[in-house]
Design a protein around this ligand. Structure first.
Ligand SMILES: [Zn+2]
Length: 326
């Protein structure tokens, strides 16, 4: 039986970002705002994935609000602009990337290796600049209408730094530590970000479903508070622009993921993410004769893939356990 989830409407409008192409550091779509005072280098990146609009909307908002850092340096980056240029609201799943996932190419081995793609060329342009960040916020969204969550990386490789930074921000409610991606290193895990002995800290916000209206405010306010707690934005300026109520944050420790064995992978029910399934062994999906089941009691389903654009080997869901924040 095919179970069709309710269709997901595109409620957001993709902003025109052409005005931000002109760069003051010689890399298209990178803008460096220098306060002239000492302080950290703080980067906010949007459009790691071309169809995740709320990050682009957030940076467009900050530009239009004429944001200026009060100390240190803030850089705004629109990352996979080639994929974003292909945005079509009639086919909103069609432009996550051009040739390959931009967020799986960040190991030095891949960046310095012989492979070539649209995404690798852009990553090679950006990597030295990214590596100068003391703090990085990478803005994303999800294919299923899950509650927002912060991806904090792998605990022994910098994940705890990311949880600590997210706790200062106070948003969103769910902080996720995971096991990385077998098919390539993410930007938030590379170099100093993935080294627990360095202060450099990166976090990745999944603001909600890609095209839902609520995503916009989550992305905007998380970014504003990130700029405040990293010490580069005026606290009053930020607070005047935030209205989301405080939340009690919790950590989900992902223990394992499930990769599609076939293109026939099919959910047996509608899962949006962050459901807690009481019983181990509950059948969740069918995949070429294999039944995917919950691995243990009270497993949290993290980011089930709702997208129809997936390949064999793609992560379709992760399982996790709830831990306390401290
Ligand atoms: Zn993404």
């Amino acid at each position: 039986m095919t179970l069709s989830p309710p269709s997901l409407k595109v409620e957001l409008t993709a902003p025109d970002i052409s005005a931000y192409r002109q760069s003051n550091v010689g890399i298209d779509y990178v803008t460096r705002l220098d306060s002239g005072k000492p302080g950290p280098h703080v980067i906010v990146q949007a459009l790691t994935h071309g169809n995740e609009l709320s990050g682009a909307i957030t940076l467009d908002y900050l530009f239009k609000q004429n944001f200026q850092p009060t100390s240190g340096v803030v850089s705004f980056i629109f990352a996979n602009v080639a994929a974003y240029a292909m945005w079509d609201p009639q086919n909103p799943d069609g432009n996550r990337y051009v040739e390959e996932d931009f967020n799986r190419v960040w190991s030095d081995e891949v960046l310095n290796g012989p492979r070539d793609s649209v995404e690798l060329r852009r990553a090679r342009e950006l990597v030295a600049y990214i590596d100068t960040a003391d703090y990085l916020l990478d803005l994303h969204s999800m294919s299923a209408p899950s509650a927002p969550l912060m991806v904090c990386g792998v605990r022994p490789q910098g994940g705890q730094k990311s949880v600590n930074l997210s706790a200062k921000i106070g948003l969103p409610e769910w902080l996720m530590m995971d096991t990385g991606h077998a098919n390539g290193l993410r930007m938030i895990e590379r170099a100093a970000f993935g080294d627990p002995h360095k202060h450099n800290t990166a976090i990745l916000l999944e603001a909600g479903q890609h095209w839902e209206k609520a995503c916009e405010q989550i992305a905007r306010e998380t970014t504003l508070k990130f700029l405040k707690v990293t010490g580069v934005a005026d606290a009053q300026w930020v607070d005047a622009r935030c209205s989301l109520p405080p939340v009690e944050q919790k950590v989900v420790q992902v223990t394992e993921g499930y990769a599609a064995k076939s293109l026939d992978f099919e959910w047996l029910d509608v899962y949006n993410g962050l459901e807690v399934i009481e019983q181990a062994g509950k059948a969740l999906a069918e995949d070429a004769g294999h039944t995917l089941r919950t691995p243990y009691d009270n497993a949290v389903l993290v980011m089930p893939t709702r997208s129809k654009r997936f390949a064999v080997g793609n992560t379709m869901v992760r399982f996790g356990r709830i831990e306390s924040l401290t």
